[in-house]
Design a protein around this ligand. Structure first.
Ligand SMILES: NC(=O)C1=CN([C@@H]2O[C@H](COP(=O)(O)OP(=O)(O)OC[C@H]3O[C@@H](n4cnc5c(N)ncnc54)[C@H](OP(=O)(O)O)[C@@H]3O)[C@@H](O)[C@H]2O)C=CC1
Ligand SMILES: CC(=O)N[C@@H](CCC(=O)OP(=O)(O)O)C(=O)O
Length: 339
């Protein structure tokens, strides 16, 4: 069994990951960490999430920089489901040991250091380490992820957007003169568990935010290899992301070429379901699936992509990355997409 530790285990994606690892046939949940002065320190995780009672009753341990470095040789896998700034500071301390690191934050996703400064407001202390991070979009980069010591697990909106656009981009079907336009709506769990006025029940009303300035725009552009216009929206529901994407095809590209591109891209990805019509959140929430549907009219194409932000958009994709790093089949422990 591979010993696994989760930092940020009291948060939405960390708790989801703990539940997945608890049932994984090859990974053992060896520890759950929270910040040194966390109000949840020393509580069983199941005190916070009643649905985990009898499943994940392990205690949340307070962690600080002094007890951090011992873990790098005690563990086989270390997951960070922590704020970006925490991952940025802790990954260099955890690197260089036996453990493979899987960071669910955005700290190590952007390869351009100027963009890191612009969108995250910090610089990496170890640039070589930052450059060694492999982007964990599992359905596209399985081979490089398998050899990584540090995996930057993709953001939720980029996962939904890239899975929809990359098949067309890679097949050379997109008209480069027109930027794809991504409009996406996320449930409130995307903002994490910590209380904030803007995510409190009476304040949330369907609205765009981060317009022309969200940190996921450069992440999508980097991994697509082309610029995009990205507009996120906060919806008044708990879980799920629905991205609706409009793009232009090159002249002469027909339905058949589009169908071929999607089917070729995902023929070995059983958790990506290519569906007739357009996806809906109820079909993916609570699962590790990504549902994708599209319609073409002349050179116009509209693509819909739906995921659970906490599963395919965070914990389930992190687990898929860990499976690859551990040389296991990618979907081990995901119970056919319905963990
Ligand atoms: N929610 C989502 O849909 C997605 C989130 N992500 C990313 O995953 C990470 C976790 O997100 P999410 O689960 O939503 O966040 P939450 O806010 O729900 O949880 C954050 C976790 O980090 C811990 N934490 C906070 N501050 C510190 C600190 N200084 N030191 C150590 N631990 C700390 C918190 O515990 P405590 O404060 O009690 O110590 C908590 O366990 C973030 O980087 C986020 O951007 C990625 C994809 C999707
Ligand atoms: C609704 C909401 O607030 N969503 C978050 C994205 C969550 C996520 O995937 O992202 P990172 O890992 O990149 O933080 C946001 O817009 O900041």
């Amino acid at each position: 069994m591979m010993k696994s530790f989760i930092f940020g285990a009291s948060g939405y994606s960390g708790a989801q990951l703990a539940a997945l690892i608890q049932h994984h046939p090859n990974f053992e949940l060896a520890g759950l960490g929270v910040s040194q002065h966390s109000q949840d320190a020393h509580k069983p995780l199941s005190d916070l999430y009643g649905q985990l009672k009898g499943q994940v009753d392990a205690i949340l341990q307070p962690i600080n920089e002094s007890n951090l470095s011992a873990l790098k040789n005690e563990m086989d896998l270390i997951f960070l489901a922590t704020p970006h700034e925490v991952s940025q500071q802790w990954v260099p301390i955890l690197a260089g040991g036996k453990a493979k690191i899987l960071d669910l934050s955005g700290a190590f996703r952007l390869s351009d250091s100027q963009q890191v400064r612009a969108f995250y407001d910090f610089s990496h202390s170890d640039q070589a380490l930052a450059e060694s991070a492999v982007y964990g979009l599992v359905d596209w980069y399985a081979d490089t992820i398998a050899g990584a010591d540090l995996v930057a697990v993709p953001g939720c909106y980029p996962t939904a957007s890239l899975l929809a656009l990359k098949p067309l981009q890679q097949a050379g079907l997109l008209n480069e003169a027109a930027k794809p336009v991504v409009n996406a709506v996320s449930g409130v769990s995307g903002a994490g568990r910590k209380a904030a006025l803007k995510t409190s029940f009476c304040e949330v009303s369907l609205q765009a935010y981060g317009v022309l300035g969200h940190r996921h725009q450069p992440e999508i552009a980097q991994e697509l290899g082309a610029p995009v216009i990205f507009t996120p929206h906060l919806g008044n529901f708990k879980r799920g992301i629905l991205a609706t994407i409009t793009a232009q095809l090159k002249p002469g590209v027909d339905d058949g070429a589009v169908w071929e591109a999607f089917h070729k891209a995902y023929k070995h990805s059983p958790l990506i379901r290519l569906i007739p019509g357009f996806p809906k959140l109820d079909d993916v929430v609570g699962s590790a699936y990504c549902d994708i549907g599209w319609k073409c009219q002349g050179q116009d194409i509209v693509i819909g992509s739906a995921i659970d932000n906490l599963l395919k958009g965070a914990a389930a994709q992190a687990l898929q990355c860990a499976n690859l790093v551990a040389d296991l089949p990618m979907n081990t422990g995901l119970n056919g997409g319905k963990p």
